[in-house]
Design a binder for this molecule. Structure first.
Ligand SMILES: [Zn+2]
Ligand SMILES: [Zn+2]
Length: 325
């Protein structure tokens, strides 16, 4: 099968064997897959991963190695953490397979990913995609679910003042998720064009540097989604005393960070990563139009080009089409 493979460098190959289907798992024919910043980080050495990257996909279930064949032939998305599910596992017992110490993670840790024609995933990870959601839009389920994860971790009240910092694809999808909370949302970023894409959601948007007034304000909840040290510092500064700071970007930097404002202002810091898919799929099913967040769709043969495009500044989600439905 065709696949992008990372082994010291990223290459496109068409001689990769189709994966065997372990018990309890399904063979999925990938229709479309998204290139994520995490995939780009992997090609720089993140997680020490070697193999097929990719964890955002929509596919068709072609084979099920289980008595329950219910998902056979269905169009699905899949949660990326594959837990041990043992009754002796402290995390799996609490339905927190995302933190199972024995887990593998699609295209990130000990499991080949979805920038390929076929993948396997545990059946319990799969969520069927309602027919009226376009395949391209459904590939955004994974990063959108990461936005909904915030609502699972933090009790955002209807009148809370919430600030989202960063207008990359994750930041924009976080706005979609938090817009379901009725809080007062302000979203800041550096790109007027990107902030425009979320204007219809009801919150305020503001391009940074344009308003000194605004820069004095502090918020009940601040969500950092810039992936930069300056974004982190800005977020700390704009969190109220006793407020909550949610960190969404896996910021691996050796620059020093001054945490004294966190102590002085008694800020609660919440690390936040992957979320559950069903809520994200239900949100997409309401008919919300996320097409504007998709910058380009490339055929599988141009997967390398797609990867390069995803790296360019200003691009939002770049998709690779491995098969038509
Ligand atoms: Zn991702
Ligand atoms: Zn476990």
């Amino acid at each position: 099968m065709k696949a992008l493979v990372f082994d010291k460098q990223l290459t496109f190959r068409n001689d990769i064997p189709q994966p065997e289907v372990p018990p309890g798992e399904a063979l999925i024919k990938v229709l479309m897959a998204g290139v994520c910043n995490t995939d780009i980080e992997i090609t720089k050495g993140y997680m020490g991963f070697h193999g097929i990257p990719g964890h955002e996909f929509v596919g068709i279930v072609e084979e099920v190695n289980d008595a329950d064949q219910g998902l056979l032939g269905k169009r699905v998305v899949g949660e990326i953490n594959c837990a041990c599910l043992k009754s002796s596992c402290e995390y799996c017992k609490q339905d927190l397979g995302r933190h199972c110490p024995g887990r593998t993670t699609l295209g990130i840790f000990r499991r080949d990913g979805c920038l390929a024609e076929y993948i396997t995933l545990p059946i319990v990870n799969l969520v069927e995609v309602p027919e009226h959601i376009p395949t391209s839009v459904a590939t955004l389920t994974e990063p959108l679910a990461a936005g909904f994860e915030i609502l699972e971790q933090v009790d955002i009240k209807p009148d809370d003042e919430v600030l989202i910092v960063g207008d990359g694809k994750l930041g924009l999808l976080i706005n979609h998720a938090l817009s379901t909370s009725n809080a007062n949302i302000t979203h800041v970023g550096k790109h007027a064009g990107k902030l425009k894409l979320i204007e219809g959601l009801g919150g305020k948007t503001q391009v940074l540097d344009s308003s000194a007034d605004f820069l004095q304000k502090q918020f009940d909840v601040v969500v950092e989604a810039t992936g930069s040290i300056t974004g982190f510092r800005f977020s700390v500064q704009h969190t109220k005393p006793r407020g909550i700071l949610v960190l969404k970007s896996t910021l691996a930097s050796d620059q020093s960070i001054d945490l004294s404002p966190v102590v002085i202002n008694e800020i609660t810091v919440v690390g936040s990563r992957c979320g559950l898919f069903q809520q994200a799929v239900d949100y997409l099913a309401t008919g919300v139009d996320l097409e504007p967040l998709i910058t380009a769709v490339y055929p599988a043969g141009q997967a390398m080009k797609a990867f390069e495009h995803a790296k360019t500044k200003g691009s939002l989600k770049v998709l690779i089409e491995f098969a038509k439905q």
